[in-house]
Design a protein. Structure first.
Lengths: 472, 194
């Protein structure tokens, strides 16, 4: 009998082009997603060396980081415009399919891949973007790469990769009411730290993971990189197949059934081993809010921000003090007392239809606090259309939110959606690094539901009480 | 890519953990379509205040660390975004070697592709180097061939590096050129997986 394997080992083995002692494995890449920020130097490298894109049919490009969410046709910053135009020219020259700003398939690269059915179980997927881990939700081995590697994949459709160590992130039990996939991944990073996944590919397993929808699974896998893991994935199951059925690039009819049989066989075998295992009880997870300057600095909404004096190690003390200073918070302050002036609902972590629906459910019948500027940025053109069909845009607009066009937007503020210096934002994105949403901006990462409740209250509130009582 | 065998240089300490690539090169500088010229933006908001003046309390701005070519930091250096603009900025600023307690995976990979050596050292070694770097006469030598770090004050320790990145760095190879030697294997794989 064959030794039981986990899904990471199976997908890896299926993609090894060449193996030799003293070298990493040469791995075949099934899907290469490209965007405007990390690709221009790669295309330039090809041009300088007279090389072609080896497999344009396995390469797909979109523009998302620089696009304006006010008007899809206008980009005021000439340098941003140049980057966008360069991608278009490169795609034309090298024969790569592109959904440009006006294209109905356009959106954040990690939202449209799954939407179009390009993302499938068992594929190796790369993109010059660290949140490529998102696609792991489908049981794909998906990871972010740098621009030199982008060029390498364009030229060869392969990458030299050392086999990763594997980790089982086991989530026991079920999440409580009002506790989301976002809270779960934040709690995991908060518990185990921002580098426990370094050197590993993680597989999320357990009852709580099985109960998540595909969009919730994407939220979890998306933030694997914030735990240091280049990739995080989930074995495919009926939820996965149901999501994929009928999507444009997914096989149809008989071919779909064959594909499902193959995908099913990828799931981790009973008794498979990992290099490491961590466990967390889902029922103990509460809605989370980050207080500091990395995603591991997070606490439950019921808790208070830490006090550096309670730390023994000098560098930990410094780290907390520096973060508190940057964030303009007092040691020991209850997080629920922190007032905000911006709310951002969007990003490749939380901008899908179900995210918007859940935030809209919280906001329905309420008004955004007058001191808060709140925006909703759907993850793709098609999410936006679907939300508008359901009238979700109206709920947000009536409450006082701005309803925008799709893009990366205020997650990293490369376009004109910027939190001003000293501004404080409840954000559904993935990174609360210094200056991430604008120079001097202060970011608190939360779920869409928590962001919606904060928009109304003007401070962080426990969404479980907010929805239960309908009052603040 | 320039080969790297033995390098001696001035050390600049950056005594922080979890330095993310958003700090190394803030997003407003990612819009360029060139590979060069990023050094001026390295650690932009840590080096400069809002009016563009140098912040005196930031180590890299201190006169004794000018011309440094070895950067020393704490844990999880280069975490966050995959932007290769981070190593481009580090290199363009003049650094050839980074020594830290640990690195984020993507950042470490990106460094190799640009000929930057990343050395993993213990907290004790890192702290000792940072302390000694305050001495203006201090210099550090990194020998990649023998995988040894030494300084002019008697420090000596070995470091690990996998054979493949070591070979790439020692020879300054263009990786795509190397991979294209395996074209027949790639074609065979493609044929078998049609």
């Amino acid at each position: 009998m064959q030794k039981p394997k986990n899904i990471i080992q199976k997908v890896w083995q299926q993609h090894v082009v060449h193996q030799e002692a003293g070298k990493p494995d040469l791995l075949f890449i099934d899907l290469h997603l490209v965007h405007e920020v990390t690709s221009p130097q790669a295309f330039e490298g090809l041009r300088m060396n007279g090389r072609k894109v080896r497999r344009p049919d396995l390469t797909y490009a979109t523009m998302d980081h620089n696009v304006s969410t006010r008007d899809r046709n206008v980009i005021k910053d000439p340098i941003s415009k140049k980057q966008i135009d360069t991608l278009k020219e490169n795609c034309q020259e090298f024969g790569v399919e592109l959904s440009d700003r006006q294209h109905p398939d356009n959106g954040i690269v990690h939202v449209i891949g799954p939407e179009l059915g390009l993302t499938q179980p068992g594929k190796t997927i790369v993109c010059g973007d660290s949140h490529t881990s998102t696609h792991g939700a489908f049981g794909a081995l998906a990871f972010g790469i740098g621009t030199s590697e982008v060029e390498h994949v364009l030229a060869t459709q392969t990458l030299w990769q050392a086999p990763p160590k594997t980790m089982n992130v086991k989530v026991n039990g079920n999440l409580g009411t009002g506790v989301t996939a976002k809270d779960l991944i934040l709690a995991i990073i908060g518990k185990f730290g921002v580098q426990f996944g370094t050197g590993y590919v993680m597989e999320y397993t357990g009852e709580a993971i099985r109960s998540l929808s595909m969009e919730e699974r994407m939220t979890v896998c998306n933030m694997s990189i914030e735990a240091g893991a280049r990739a995080g994935l989930i074995s495919p199951d009926e939820t996965t197949f149901e999501y994929l059925k009928g999507r444009r690039h997914v096989p149809k009819g008989e071919a779909f059934l064959e594909a499902v049989a193959k995908w099913r066989a990828l799931a981790t075998d009973e008794g498979a081993q990992y290099d490491a295992v961590v466990e967390i009880e889902a029922s103990e997870v509460e809605p989370q809010v980050t207080w500091g300057t990395n995603p591991g600095m997070c606490i439950p909404i019921t808790a208070s921000v830490p006090n550096p004096d309670h730390e023994e190690k000098a560098n930990k003390k410094d780290e907390i003090s520096r973060a508190l200073h940057y964030m303009g918070l007092e040691a020991g302050q209850p997080i629920s007392s922190v007032e905000i002036d911006h709310v951002f609902i969007g990003s490749c972590t939380n901008s899908r239809l179900s995210d918007l629906r859940k935030a809209a459910d919280v906001i329905r019948g309420h008004k955004v606090n007058p001191k808060v500027k709140a925006i909703v940025v759907p993850g793709s053109f098609s999410v936006k259309m679907a939300a508008e069909k359901e009238g979700i845009d109206q709920i947000f607009k009536e409450a006082g939110f701005e309803w925008r066009e799709a893009g990366c937007s205020m997650c990293l503020a490369m376009n004109d959606d910027i939190v001003p210096p000293g501004g404080r934002c409840a954000s559904t994105s993935n990174r609360n690094f210094e200056g991430r949403q604008g120079n001097g901006s202060r970011t608190h990462l939360v779920s869409p539901e928590m962001a919606a409740a904060a928009a109304v209250a003007g401070r962080f509130v426990d969404v479980r009480q907010f929805t239960a009582q309908g009052v603040l | 890519m320039e080969p790297l065998r033995i390098h001696t240089g001035v050390v600049c300490p950056l005594n922080r953990n979890n330095v993310d690539t958003d700090q190394i090169i803030p997003k407003q500088f990612l819009k360029r379509i060139e590979r060069s010229g990023f050094g001026q933006f390295l650690f932009y908001h840590w080096r400069f205040d809002d009016d563009g003046n140098l912040r005196e309390d930031f180590s890299m701005n201190h006169p004794k660390y000018q011309g440094a070519s070895i950067l020393v930091a704490g844990e999880n250096f280069g975490c966050g975004s995959s932007r290769e603009h981070a190593p481009w900025a580090i290199q363009d600023f003049g650094f050839k070697v980074v020594i830290a307690q640990s690195y984020a995976d993507i950042f470490k990979n990106n460094c190799v592709k640009n000929g930057i050596l990343t050395i993993q050292a213990s907290e004790e070694q890192v702290q000792s180097i940072m302390r000694k770097a305050e001495d203006e006469e201090y210099s550090l030598t990194v020998n990649l061939e023998d995988q040894v770090v030494t300084d002019n004050q008697g420090l000596e320790f070995t470091f690990d590096i996998a054979p493949y990145p070591k070979e790439m760095l020692l020879n300054g190879w263009d990786e795509i050129g190397v991979t294209l030697n395996y074209e027949d294997k790639i074609s065979a794989y493609e044929l078998a997986h049609k």
